[in-house]
Design a protein around this ligand. Structure first.
Ligand code: ATP
Length: 513
């Protein structure tokens, strides 16, 4: 199946099974805004717990905060967001559609790459086992031509973006003959800057009201609380502050479902270190974060680092963790060495001294910062994409199964009486009433057992138990495993420990040690 079709199926699965709904659905939705349904919210909470506990439970020197979405407007001046948090936008006059100029050009670069890969695939088919890919790349005139075009475009584009040369961006779009995907024409407007922050007003009277912004990242809430936390928590450098919260960006183009939203959630951690040690810490945090991703068991080959060559003016190193989505490798997390830029800027704009007194060396300094910043929703999407699976079973039957990591699954155990009589529902309720204090259980007595299993497979429930007539006398149930579909007879008394071992967050967190 083509990857695009797989992605479409995942999106509709998310809606059909109560994971993600378009926001304001009965009003036909609101662009790039989504709601999480009854299963989605559980999965999302489990992702957040996994991240939060890996930070504040497993690191003695990391504490959490929960800062407000509304902040003093000067914060966004100091951080550079008022002046520079812009995307270049361009409109097509015929379709009246708006695009990000940088995305149009990046898509064009990707098209060259696709063409190169197609050439290689064709040659591989032609030459079969004698095919030498590196030799072909080095000698094929067609491939060399495409590589040259791609690299020339890439360089021109990087220069234009670094200088934010809007005329040049438009010229690139014209020279590359990029057309609007809707109208198919090249009738483009000029490129303009567009600030991604949402503005609103605080205060009840027009005179007294002042403009404030919905935060476009949670990090600034951490920076402006650095002194509060360091002093009241008596924190010693190196230490970190973690936060999970909503962020808002007026994204120009909404794409790929919950990958790019206008309201989303971030999990950010700022780690404050002594100047000069930041690059060591940067490397260390790259490894820690990659281990966190890979503990989910999706396969190391599905992750890669993308180290930034061009750095923002305040950063001295930056790398993204990318995950293989059905639409290619995409950023799910950014790890940045942000120097002392943010704290120094806030010191300058607030007039406060924001430093750390090092009792060992008897000196004061502005700490440097390593930031790890991951989107909850992108993480959610990567997990859904990797877990969704259509299987053909023996006998030709098929099933859709979400192979979610058990610790993240919305429901851990489905409790099912074989029939709705003979005291079986009562026995099932009795078992459920005991187990529901330990993990998330669902009771289901409707339809045939086969149908009930399929329903649970589709939402990723790792275990089901069936209560049958024998249960009443032998106090055993049939335990069914989602992935292997194998069934075993298990004593009711052993259920809790057996299941808890497999589904608890602790079991996942222990893999990080
Ligand atoms: P992109 O280049 O994809 O716009 P970014 O580099 O601007 O992302 P950061 O500012 O580094 O992203 O934000 C950190 C993380 O927040 C990203 O890795 C991503 O997981 C998440 N994120 C950023 N923007 C969005 C969005 N519009 N919707 C959902 N998640 C987002």
């Amino acid at each position: 199946m083509a990857q695009e079709d797989v992605f479409k199926k995942i999106v509709s699965h998310c809606k059909e099974y109560g994971f993600v709904f378009p926001s304001s659905d009965i009003y036909d939705g609101l662009g790039a805004v989504y709601d999480y349904g009854q299963n989605g919210v559980e999965l999302k909470n489990n992702i957040k717990q996994y991240w939060w506990q890996s930070m504040v439970l497993l690191h003695e020197n990391i504490v959490g905060i929960d800062s407000a979405v509304f902040m003093h407007p000067t914060i966004w001046k100091a951080s550079g967001h008022v002046d520079a948090f812009n995307d270049p936008l361009i409109d097509n006059r015929d379709s009246k559609k708006r695009y990000r100029a940088d995305v149009l050009i990046e898509d064009q670069i990707a098209r060259y790459e696709e063409k190169i890969e197609k050439e290689i695939a064709k040659a591989r088919k032609r030459f079969k086992e004698n095919f030498d890919e590196s030799q072909y790349r080095a000698t094929s005139p067609r491939v060399l031509d495409l590589v040259q075009k791609r690299d020339a475009l890439h360089n021109r584009y990087s220069e234009a973006m670094n200088a934010m040369n809007l005329e040049e961006l438009k010229q690139i779009i014209l020279d590359e003959e990029i057309v609007c995907p809707i109208s198919g024409t090249r009738n483009w407007t000029d490129v303009r800057q567009f600030n991604l922050m949402f503005k609103t007003e605080v205060g009840s009277t027009a005179d007294g009201a002042s403009t404030i912004y919905l935060r476009p990242e949670t990090a600034q809430g951490i920076f402006v609380n650095y002194l509060n936390v360091q002093k009241t928590g008596r924190m010693k450098i190196p230490f970190g502050i973690a936060q999970i919260g909503k962020a808002f960006r007026n994204e120009i183009v909404a794409r790929q479902f919950i990958f790019r939203m206008r309201e989303f959630e971030q999990m950010e951690m700022q780690f404050f270190v002594k100047p000069g040690t930041e690059l060591q810490w940067f490397e260390q945090w790259k490894q820690i974060r990659m281990a966190w991703h890979q503990a989910l068991g999706f396969g190391a080959e599905n992750y890669r680092f993308h180290d930034h060559e061009k750095l923002a003016h305040y950063a001295n190193a930056a790398s993204d963790v990318e995950f293989r989505m059905p639409f290619g490798f995409k950023e799910v997390e950014g790890i940045h060495s942000r120097t002392d830029f943010d704290l120094s800027q806030h010191a300058k704009y607030s007039g406060r001294k924001i430093e750390y007194f090092d009792p060992e060396s008897n000196e004061s300094y502005t700490p440097y910062v390593i930031e790890t910043s991951i989107g909850v929703d992108r993480m959610f999407l990567s997990i859904m994409c990797h877990s969704y699976c259509e299987e053909t079973l023996e006998g030709g039957e098929s099933r859709v199964v979400l192979r979610l990591p058990a610790a993240l699954a919305p429901t851990k155990l489905a409790v099912m009486p074989l029939v709705r009589k003979d005291g079986l529902p009562e026995k099932a309720r009795e078992i459920m009433d005991e187990l529901k204090f330990h993990f998330n259980c669902k009771y289901d007595e409707k339809d045939s057992i086969g149908k009930r299993y399929r329903r649970q497979d589709a939402v990723g429930t790792p275990y089901c138990i069936t209560i049958d007539h024998d249960t009443l006398s032998d106090n055993c149930v049939t335990l069914r495993d989602r992935d292997t579909m194998q069934q075993q007879r298990v004593a009711i008394a052993d259920l809790r420990s057996l299941i808890e071992n497999k589904v608890s967050l602790t079991s996942l967190l222990k893999k990080l040690k």
